[in-house]
Design a protein. Structure first.
Lengths: 362, 392
């Protein structure tokens, strides 16, 4: 059995490649060759070509046939067409950016994505609405169109923020640098309450491999995938800190002013939730985390510290200016006298039999 | 009506006969928001329905032919005399002291569905008992529960009740199913939280102070949806046997989104102002029992998977209906807010907003240029280049 992995040098690549080999596949990797990973075994074939263009793909794939192709990198809509006639099974990896509201929260009412976001949630409807999201959506339509036309059995995955060894941009490091600098206060937009679905590389590769094992159940489907347990930005920051034996005081600023947090947030200042509903992948493919998030984060931190030291100098001047305002504001807020009203369960629950109303006269 | 035992039975057996047998159901409670949907849902399924409740109030939505057993469902000594010699094909217990009811019903029914809540989960009332703080997102039914009375008394009681009911199931006394109701809203909900927002819209308050901008997600359930969830267990006794289910609307909202939806129903829009949690005093009533900003998002996988649960009324429509009902019926909110001289507390909110506006003005003066953001992977634009246009 022959399998082709397009990409393979990203964080989920080695888990996918080794997972295919365990399943008995003879694996080839098609990628630019700009970098390699030691986790990929030396005996696999490398096809070094650019998977963004028809001409380079056709060159690299001339006369080849594969029982299975997993495409994780390149220009997927081009790859999808280039593979017609070359494979009976395509698993393609995309992202959640095709959902309306992910990048432009105000496009939905109420603002933000549905909580949680299901695979059938509204997608970007036109190029004018949002080009990047439209291209992702269009790619899904091309792949699924080729499936419907009978060119191959296709399944797609919408990867979340992927973390773990070999992730291309460590969002963890700017937080880790703050720990190393022994900074106690950290500014997070709105207390860091935004939940962003993330997926540990090994878990996401496991999700993809489940579709390898279950071609029928996953035929023609698009799946969200993410770790089973989601995290707020604040929880994620505290998990990183704990892995380094540190604890932050989280300082809440309005999202529009929490500039310094852009160091470790994707795209915008994360005051909207991005929670992927993973019921479909659990139901159809029996997905469960291979590594729970509580272990995946410390593993990631340790790997970063050992394998990928981060030397870029940090600039905390902005964060310090904002912290000044924050600390002054907190002092003002602290001066307001307030006693919280007691909270009771809202239903009457009598303590003694025979009383008409309960002890709170309800 | 006076509380206490007071049976008045009327003939409601017609639909039962159509089903070919005389099926009897007991609803304990029945005058809360989900009550009429449960009672009418059972009648629609051919049951002859009796309601057991204190009788301190009644709802017009419950049909007159339903038998009322007026007794306090918190105590064996009050329950036992009125249930003596009675048998029910099914009992849905939504109110009272469920662990007492569960015991009292042994031998009286082969099927018991009880309603509890999520405070049995560790982290709901004491978020710092979990690490990371708060409940798992989302919280599945098998998440860690409260372990002792010392840890959290109320949660421990709820947990013990769950154990009692499922213990009786395991002992073969009856087939039991438990639902963990979220914050239930809709007509007749006790203490309308919507009203706190609606009044602000009516008073044309533009700025709304919410803890951390109202980013907290709280699972809520529209009464009709939650009753539908329970009725699915009536229809599927095999699939739901011995199970505990979370239930909530399929789509959740943050407190900020919920306020936005309510405002929109009233042709208003708020500017939401984020106040750090510790000092967001006027937000406290809007949060769940524990008053913290931690999320309480219940995982609905199980009920969707086992019972095919789907909302009958989608969340945004359900909120609109709730707002319309509240405007029409003008509930006095004496349940939840009776002890407050001023539950709206505009004076406090104005103080918080003044400080917020001052801080925002200061931060506005700090110059900042956002960096251009690119997708982190290189994606070449032209064939034949080793590196892309960003030299990656």
């Amino acid at each position: 059995m022959k399998a082709l992995v397009i990409g393979g040098a990203g964080p989920t690549g080695p888990f996918i490649i080794n997972g295919l080999r365990e399943r008995g596949y003879d694996v080839a990797m098609l990628h630019r060759g700009a970098h390699e990973l030691p986790e990929n075994p030396p005996e696999i074939e490398h096809i070094h070509t650019d998977p963004h263009f028809r001409e380079t793909l056709d060159e690299g794939l001339d006369g080849r046939k594969f029982d299975l192709v997993i495409a994780t990198y390149g220009r997927m809509r081009v790859i999808a067409d280039a593979l017609i006639g070359k494979t009976g099974r395509l698993i393609a990896v995309g992202g959640a950016v095709g959902y309306r509201g992910m990048m432009q929260p105000n496009a939905n009412t109420p603002s933000g994505m549905p909580i949680p976001t299901r695979e059938d949630a509204q997608r970007i409807a036109s190029r004018e609405e949002f080009e990047f999201g439209w291209l992702i959506r269009h790619t899904e339509d091309v792949v699924m169109g080729n499936h419907a036309a009978g060119h191959y059995n296709a399944t797609m995955f919408r990867y979340p923020i992927v973390y773990g060894p070999n992730s291309i941009r460590s969002l963890e490091w700017p937080v880790m640098k703050r720990v190393q600098a022994r900074r106690r206060q950290i500014i997070l937009p709105e207390g860091g309450l935004a939940v962003l679905s993330r997926g540990y590389a090994e878990n996401m590769a496991h999700a993809v491999l489940l579709a390898v094992d279950k071609p029928e159940a996953s035929a023609g489907k698009i799946y969200n995938c993410a770790d089973e347990q989601g995290l707020t930005v604040g929880q994620w920051v505290q998990m990183i800190a704990r892995a380094m034996e540190w604890e932050f005081e989280i300082c809440s600023l309005p999202g529009s002013f929490a500039y310094s947090a852009a160091d470790f947030l994707l795209y915008h200042n994360s005051v909207y939730h991005q929670i992927m509903d993973i019921a479909a992948i659990r139901r159809d493919l029996g997905y469960r985390d291979a590594v729970p998030m509580t272990q995946a984060i410390p593993r990631t931190i340790n790997w970063m510290l050992e394998q990928r030291p981060f030397s870029t100098p940090m600039d905390y001047a902005m964060e310090d200016r904002l912290l000044d305002v924050y600390n002054q504001t907190m002092a003002r807020l602290r001066e307001i006298p307030f006693t919280a009203a007691p909270v009771h369960h809202s239903y009457a629950h009598p303590k003694l039999p025979g009383e008409g109303l309960d002890h709170r006269n309800r | 009506m006076t509380p206490g035992p007071n049976r008045h039975k009327t003939n409601a057996g017609k639909t039962g006969e159509q089903m070919g047998k005389d099926m009897k159901a007991l609803v304990v409670g029945g005058t809360g928001p989900t009550g009429p949907y449960l009672v009418n849902g059972l009648i629609a399924r051919g049951y002859e329905v009796a309601m057991m409740h204190r009788g301190t109030h009644e709802l017009d939505e419950n049909p007159p032919e339903v038998e009322h057993i007026h007794v306090d469902p918190h105590f064996r000594e009050t329950i036992d005399p009125v249930l003596k010699g009675r048998k029910f094909d099914i009992v849905i217990a939504t109110y009272g002291r469920i662990r007492v009811i569960a015991e009292a019903l042994i031998g009286l029914t082969p099927r018991l569905i009880t309603i509890g809540g999520p405070p049995s989960y560790r982290g709901m009332t004491n978020p710092k008992d979990n690490f990371p703080h708060g409940m798992p997102i989302p919280t599945p039914e098998n998440a860690q529960r409260i372990e002792s009375a010392e840890e959290a008394y109320f949660g421990w009681m709820i947990r013990q009740t769950e154990d009692t009911v499922l213990g009786f199931h395991a002992a073969g006394h009856y087939n039991a199913t438990i639902f963990r109701y979220p914050m239930v809203y809709g007509p007749h909900a006790i203490g309308s939280l919507e009203w706190l927002i609606m009044k602000r819209a009516q008073d044309k308050r533009r700025q709304l102070a919410l803890a951390d901008s109202g980013l907290t997600i709280i699972s809520r359930g529209y009464a009709e949806n939650m009753a539908h969830a329970v009725l699915l267990a009536v229809d599927k006794p095999g699939a739901s046997a011995g199970k505990i289910y979370n239930c909530a609307d399929e789509q959740s909202a943050t407190i900020g989104q919920w306020a936005q939806i309510i405002a929109r129903c009233m042709d208003w829009e708020f500017e939401i102002c984020g106040i750090p949690d510790a000092y967001a005093h006027t937000s406290r009533d809007l949060l769940a029992l524990d008053s913290s900003t931690h999320h309480q998002l219940l995982d609905l996988y199980q009920i969707r998977h086992d019972l095919g649960y789907q909302d009958v009324v989608p969340m945004q429509e359900a909120i609109a209906r709730t707002v319309a009902w509240t405007l029409k019926h003008k509930p006095d909110n004496d349940g939840k807010f009776a002890s407050r001289a001023d539950p709206l507390n505009y004076a406090m909110e104005d103080k918080l907003l003044a400080i917020y506006n001052e801080a925002a003005a200061k931060m506005q003066k700090i110059p900042f240029t956002r960096k251009e953001v690119h997708h982190p992977y290189p994606h070449p634009k032209v064939a034949g280049q080793v590196r892309d246009h960003r030299n990656r």
